[in-house]
Ligand binder design. Structure first.
Ligand SMILES: Cc1cc2nc3c(=O)[nH]c(=O)nc-3n(C[C@H](O)[C@H](O)[C@H](O)COP(=O)(O)OP(=O)(O)OC[C@H]3O[C@@H](n4cnc5c(N)ncnc54)[C@H](O)[C@@H]3O)c2cc1C
Length: 427
């Protein structure tokens, strides 16, 4: 393990994460080279009475990690595929590009996110919404087991049979319960998908959003979609993203495509899974300042659709505003991830500070009165809303598990779930 303190050469290189909104200044940085280093870092943090923050890539930075021991797991990026069991086992530094490549050799895929440079562990612990989530559920629900170093420095396995309360909490409760040193999860037989992002003139935006609202109730589970207003090559456009596990995607999407009319760019095609994600999302974004807002909706009044069009059109500075339909297999799991029964989200991404923030704030003010108040943890960059990522019952249960495994809130950076208060014994 290599340690850095402020002023050391290398300290500045390691203290920044992908999200450059924050200029973190940790008290110590530990760069792990082995799993044993993770236990050593936990011990060191305790010896110095410092909270511990874990970082694989820094895509999930939601606040600066100042005055902590920052544990970097980036180098622990082993990926093993067991094709017979259709299982992947990964180190805590593995990113989705590593898994996508390795699994594709066997015609398999994990429930990867839209960006292949995102870390598998941080994504999965937060729930993980994939382009295959309507088909196979949250990534967290595909977790089989996790090797964990606890706040007390003990290394153990969490699985349905071993420490099931901890295993439950890891499947969506984020990095609050221990440092994961290895994750085992299910893969699916997905070699090729009908996928991509087709572009349309902005003038049809409202009609297509309204048609999407209707069509979504008929969307097959094999299909995963979003309608968005992105900026592409400096131009604001309307786009439809689709990801279909099967070969009749065009037929399933036909009613929506009819309303969208002739495309500016028709990019839907059958693709190998590792290429499909990039074709659907666009190229991976290099480190930038990033703020995003997400709101969930049971119903979508016209006012919400008008607000999306206004925020994404004209000279909008947002990277994109996206309406996405969820549901399908996401309803099935029993972990704490997400709001399983909510059909729609509106997400807006702001890669730069002002004036982007003005547009983002205006959009949020307009749509929030119609939203459920919920969110998805991985897609939330506001740590004051962490609680909104869970149902009330799941949040309370998470605070109880936290009290069992981390009563002093040693893991408290980022989206923190504090421990439930210790109950006083009644006489
Ligand atoms: C461009 C981009 C695209 C994205 N696309 C999607 C998407 O399609 N779907 C989706 O669901 N999310 C998506 N996300 C969100 C992403 O899943 C979260 O930001 C996630 O937390 C990133 O994990 P990471 O390991 O890369 O980030 P990091 O910042 O390294 O880690 C984030 C948090 O995860 C926890 N953590 C990480 N490693 C460990 C560990 N070994 N043990 C314990 N806790 C750990 C810690 O709490 C840490 O603060 C995207 C984010 C970005 C920036």
């Amino acid at each position: 393990m290599t340690m850095f303190k402020p002023g050391d050469p290398g300290y500045d290189r390691h203290r920044l994460g992908w999200n450059r909104t924050f200029e973190s200044h940790p008290a110590l940085i530990a760069v792990a080279a082995t799993t044993g280093d993770v236990r050593a870092a936990v011990r060191t943090a305790r010896d110095h009475d410092l909270p511990l923050a874990v970082q694989a890539t820094g895509h999930g930075l939601v606040a600066p990690v100042d005055g902590v021991l920052l544990l970097k797991t980036t180098a622990l990026n082993d990926v093993e595929i067991d094709p017979a069991r259709r299982v992947a086992r990964v180190g805590p530094g593995a990113v989705w590009a590593d898994v996508n490549r390795a699994a594709a050799r066997y015609g398999l895929a994990g429930l990867a996110g839209r960006c292949s440079t995102v870390g598998v562990t941080g994504y999965t612990l937060g729930g993980g919404q994939s382009w295959l989530s309507r088909t196979f559920g949250f990534a967290a629900d595909s977790m089989i087991s996790a090797e964990v170093v606890t706040a007390g420095g003990v290394a153990l396995t969490a699985s349905p049979r071993e420490h099931p309360d901890l295993f439950w909490a890891l499947r969506g409760g984020g990095g609050n319960f221990g440092v994961v040193t290895s994750l085992e999860f299910q893969l699916y037989p997905v070699a090729r998908v009908w996928s991509g992002m087709s572009l349309y003139p902005l003038e049809r935006a409202f009609d297509v959003l309204a048609a999407y609202r209707q069509w979504a109730s008929t969307e097959p589970e094999a299909m995963n979609t979003a309608v968005l207003l992105p900026q592409v090559d400096g131009r604001r456009v309307l786009a439809i993203r689709a990801f279909h596990h099967g070969d009749d995607g065009a037929r399933a999407l036909a009613p929506l495509l009819e309303v969208a009319g002739p495309p500016l760019l028709d990019a839907f095609a059958m693709r190998a899974f590792p290429e499909a994600s990039a074709a659907t999302n666009g190229p991976d974004v290099p480190p930038v300042p990033n703020r995003q807002e997400i709101e969930l909706f049971r119903t979508l009044p016209d006012e919400v659709l008008h607000a999306i069009v206004e925020a994404g059109a004209g000279d909008s500075p947002l990277a994109f505003v996206e309406l996405r339909h969820w549901g399908g297999a996401m309803a099935a799991g029993d972990g704490p991830a997400g709001h399983r029964d909510v059909p729609f989200s509106v997400m807006a991404v702001a890669p730069f500070p002002t004036p982007t923030e003005v547009t983002l704030d205006r959009l949020v003010r307009r749509i929030r009165p119609y939203a459920t108040g919920g969110s998805f943890l991985t897609l939330l960059t506001d740590p004051s809303r962490t609680r909104s990522a869970f149902t009330t019952a799941n949040y309370e249960r998470l605070t109880e598990v936290k009290r069992s495994w981390d009563p002093a809130n040693f893991f408290r950076t980022g989206h923190n779930i504090p421990p439930a208060p210790i109950r006083k014994a009644t006489s």
